[in-house]
Design a protein around this ligand. Structure first.
Ligand SMILES: NC(=O)c1ccc[n+]([C@@H]2O[C@H](COP(=O)([O-])OP(=O)(O)OC[C@H]3O[C@@H](n4cnc5c(N)ncnc54)[C@H](OP(=O)(O)O)[C@@H]3O)[C@@H](O)[C@H]2O)c1
Length: 343
């Protein structure tokens, strides 16, 4: 059993902790918080050992009667790997600590590619990240694009990618962000950073991918329109590629999936914890091929699609298995991932 320390127990961190706890080959060594709030109490109730992420804040936990085991510095050397799930920009700062204590670390998509050795997606770059020390699991949007591009690439050759990203304004718990009543070009410059982020995982797409992004007032998932010029394919081939690709499934408006709200309702109905949808949902009706160009619309659950990627990234970096598909299968089985067409 490899020992995984999760630094940062927010949207991503709490999900990664629960996902690690469900794997047979890894265990949660501990989780960290900066604030002694209800999430800290719940982490302890779940059986996780809690540590203060910032040593100077240890006394705040004691004052609130929340029993912490110590600070991150008391446990870091016991970890085989740290999954850093702190807010954007903090992970980069934490890298200094991970390097000082000679512990491997995974950063999240809020950090820039330049700070790590490589960028992870289980389908595309598992082998490249094998045995590496500092790797970034790319963002939720980039993960979604990488998965469907893999499905398309599995049945034809990609010439050019164009994608328009409609991004959720905030996660459900987040009261600091907006917009409340607007559509915000984010960024207003074109292309957006998402294209280069995809290239950090799929270098073959350098110069071939162009993305734009806007933010809208919703907490329920991101939505992409993806347009991919290929050397030639058919709609049936694309559907087959999607069916064969792990962590991608197709939905249909005819079956009632009229919006991201319906997908979230579906996840609640099937009892997914926190209504997590690890899989990328592609609207079957949207899949079209005109001349050599593939079109599709997909929805991405921002809080959870990267969670299984973090698990596979741990296996790659700790050299648990060199077979990405085996790792994906293990992760997916443990998390109940594998929704199929129009389930
Ligand atoms: N949420 C998403 O949709 C999403 C999707 C993909 C990737 N990501 C990326 O994942 C990373 C984490 O995002 P998130 O949404 O999970 O953030 P979040 O919900 O704000 O959680 C951040 C966690 O980090 C802790 N923290 C804050 N400052 C810290 C510090 N200096 N040292 C250690 N821990 C600290 C916070 O603890 P306290 O609460 O105790 O302060 C909180 O538990 C970011 O890089 C983000 O870009 C996010």
């Amino acid at each position: 059993m490899v020992k995984v320390l999760i630094n940062g127990y927010g949207s991503i961190g709490k999900r990664v902790a629960d996902a690690v706890a469900k794997q047979r080959d890894m265990e949660v060594l501990g989780v960290t918080k900066t604030k002694p709030d209800f999430e800290a109490r719940l982490a302890i109730e779940k059986g996780y050992k809690l540590y203060a992420a910032i040593p100077e804040r240890l006394s705040l936990f004691e004052e609130r009667g929340i029993e912490v085991e110590g600070t991150i510095l008391d446990v870091i050397e016991e970890a085989d790997i740290v999954v850093d799930c702190t807010p954007s920009g903090v992970g980069r700062e934490n890298l200094k600590m991970y390097k000082q204590y000679k512990v491997k670390a995974i950063l999240q998509g809020g950090e820039k590619a330049q700070y790590v050795e490589d960028n992870f997606n289980a389908l595309w770059s598992y082998e490249r990240c094998y045995g590496k020390n500092y790797v970034r699991v790319v963002s939720c949007n980039t993960t979604g694009l990488c998965r469907t591009l893999y499905a398309i690439d599995s049945v034809t050759d990609i010439v050019k990618v164009r994608a328009v990203l409609v991004r959720r304004g905030a996660d459900p718990h987040d009261i600091k962000r907006g917009p409340i009543n607007a559509i915000v070009p984010n960024p207003p410059t074109l292309p957006s950073h998402h294209g280069p982020d995809v290239v950090s995982v799929i270098p073959e797409l350098e110069g071939k991918i162009f993305t734009s992004a806007v933010v809208v007032p919703t907490t329920l998932m991101h939505m992409h329109t993806v347009m991919v010029e290929t050397t030639g394919t058919t709609r049936d081939d694309i559907i087959e590629g999607i069916e064969r690709t792990p962590r991608v499934f197709s939905i249909s408006a005819e079956e009632g999936f009229h919006s991201t709200a319906a997908i979230v309702e579906f996840a609640r109905d099937i009892g997914r914890m926190r209504y997590d949808i690890y899989e990328i949902a592609v609207w079957e009706e949207s899949i079209n091929v005109v001349d050599n160009e593939v079109f599709l619309m997909q929805a991405i659950h921002q809080e959870s699609d990267v969670v299984p990627e973090n698990i596979d990234c741990i296996r790659a970096m700790l050299e648990i298995t060199d077979d990405n598909m085996k790792s994906i299968e293990m992760t997916d089985k443990a998390l109940g991932i594998g929704l199929k067409i129009n389930t």
